[in-house]
Design a protein around this ligand. Structure first.
Ligand SMILES: [Ca+2]
Length: 521
């Protein structure tokens, strides 16, 4: 059995009655918009397996990240610290694997820990972060959808099949064969899906062909009052390959060198079935381009282009989400079949939410709601009341302290997040946070300037500090964030409060002055 609390400072009294030493199954995806998860209630899509976690546990609607891109969100989750303290302010910033992270703390307390799938950070987790790891390799550490390449403790290997399926296979295999059944475990099962380049599994390509999905209210946004947003260049289907638009007469020939590499991973049979599935709509597309109804690369951004490209985009996005949901179902079934469901905490989350057509973007990064949020759904039998919808504002820096406290451990002092265990038990402390701090550092990437800001239950203030400009929104009257009220005299008092709160948060989280001055921290 696990030896818990071997050092005095790691001993914590559980706040609530709970099963001892629960296993933790952390299921994680990349760029998964919560509005495409049934449990979030948008009505756009059904995800029966992810939704099952919610109906048997809790779904958090006020769940946020602290820096909306892949590597920074992953580093914040592991360390429980904001980017300026964990060092991963941007993709490509080196990961310091020696700092305190929750998987290693769990390991020290007797948990068996494993990671399967997308790690993304550089270098690989070779500092004892996990007992066992296998991460997607190649393609800029992003991995690929078909025949994924992995890097494990014994080097590189590749596996036939589709990445979401294969990662699940590898996770189940470890839980089944390599795990010591007498010790609690942590399994982090992390998918590449639904990140670009969006390639669904062939088995889903027949779905949604004739479905016209409802458009987001801001698909045709004119960006008035938000000049930075007008200049972004990650529109829906900004890359044709992201929409699976290719020449029906010579699909491979119409791809560029980088795109070809992904398709070369497929078997001949998969590739033929894949191209055949898109042939009809691609023929129709080129016909409409000839007639002048659509522009070939979508750069004209006409109303027709926007509407067309949104439909192509969302169909593929949902097909990939279906692949995730089916595999979440396999993991839940495996827990059931092995009598582990009762004493395993199951989490479904993604490194951040995603703009799926809102403001005509397929993007994250921004502090607007679709960039700032994160899906967070959790099941913990005996602790979480089934069907809970906690209102507490949570952030990715809270995950590490939560998992540690769930295991009966005291989170290290350096972790800035707060344990959600009491929130999960339905006893949100009175002094729970009323605002969150956000800071995006990757200046100019996709024409998104650096910014930080504060969001409260009702309002949001964003400071684009490289040109010292501000945006402010009243989320109650303007949930789509299209009306910048920063200079509205009626909101002067609110603005002053938010400015004070932003200052307070910068101080509380120890954001150094240099974070705002250097080109990159
Ligand atoms: Ca991501």
């Amino acid at each position: 059995m696990a030896v818990l609390g071997t050092a005095a400072n790691t001993q914590a009294q559980p706040l609530v009655a709970r099963p001892s030493e629960p296993n933790i199954l952390f299921i994680f995806s990349d760029d998964h918009a919560s509005r495409t998860i049934g449990a979030y209630g948008s009505g756009l899509h059904k995800t029966p397996n992810i939704d099952r976690i919610a109906s048997e546990g809790a779904v958090f609607h006020n769940s946020f990240c602290c820096n909306s891109i892949c590597q920074p969100s992953r580093a914040a989750i592991l360390t429980g610290k904001h980017s300026h303290l964990n060092g991963v302010t941007d993709n490509g910033k080196p990961w310091d694997g020696t700092q305190k992270i929750f998987p290693r703390e769990l390991k020290k307390a007797g948990y068996q820990t494993a990671l399967r799938g997308k790690w993304h950070m550089v270098p690989e987790p070779s500092n004892g972060e996990f007992d066992s790891w296998e991460i997607l390799d190649g393609f800029g550490h992003q991995g690929c959808y078909y025949k994924p390449v992995f890097l494990g403790e014994d080097g590189e290997f590749e596996k036939e099949g589709y990445s979401t399926d294969v990662i699940t296979d590898r996770a189940i295999e470890w839980m089944e064969k390599d795990r010591d059944p007498n010790r609690p475990f942590l399994m982090m099962c992390q998918y590449k899906a639904p990140h670009v380049p969006r390639m669904p599994h062939v088995r889903y390509l027949d779905r949604y062909k004739d479905v016209e999905f409802p458009e987001p209210e801001t698909l045709l946004d004119d960006y008035e009052g938000r000049p930075h947003l007008a200049k972004h260049w990650m529109p829906v289907g900004g890359m044709d390959a992201a929409l699976n638009i290719f020449d029906p007469d010579d699909p491979m020939g119409s791809l560029n060198k980088a795109q070809k590499k992904y398709f070369q991973r497929m078997t001949k049979q998969e590739r033929e079935a894949y191209f055949a599935a898109y042939e009809e709509e691609n023929r129709d597309f080129y016909e409409r381009v000839k007639k002048g109804e659509l522009s070939k690369n979508g750069r004209k951004k006409t109303v027709a282009d926007k509407k067309y490209r949104y439909q192509r985009f969302i169909r593929d996005y949902l097909r990939i989400v279906d692949g995730i949901d089916d595999n979440v179902g396999r993991l839940l079934q495996w827990l059931d079949d092995n009598n582990l469901a009762e004493n395993t905490i199951v989490i479904y989350s993604s490194d951040q939410d995603y703009f799926t057509g809102e403001h005509y973007m397929a993007e994250k990064r921004w502090m607007y709601e679709q960039g700032l949020k994160m899906p967070f759904i959790i099941r913990w039998p005996g602790v979480i009341k089934p069907g809970s919808k906690p209102e507490a504002m949570i952030q990715n820096i809270d995950y590490a302290p939560t998992f540690l406290q769930a295991a009966g451990l005291m989170p290290p002092r350096e972790m800035q997040g707060r344990s959600m265990v009491p929130v999960l038990a339905g006893k949100t402390p009175k002094d729970w946070r009323k605002s969150i701090y956000y800071h995006y550092y990757a200046h100019g990437k996709h024409n998104v300037p650096r910014h930080d800001g504060v969001r409260t239950g009702r309002y949001k203030l964003i400071h684009f500090y490289t040109d010292d400009s501000f945006e402010m929104f009243d989320l109650q009257t303007d949930p789509n964030e299209v009306k910048n009220i920063y200079n509205d005299p009626e909101y002067k008092a609110v603005r002053q409060k938010l400015e004070q709160e932003l200052k307070r948060l910068r101080k509380e989280y120890k954001v150094p002055d240099k974070a705002f001055k250097e080109p990159y921290l």
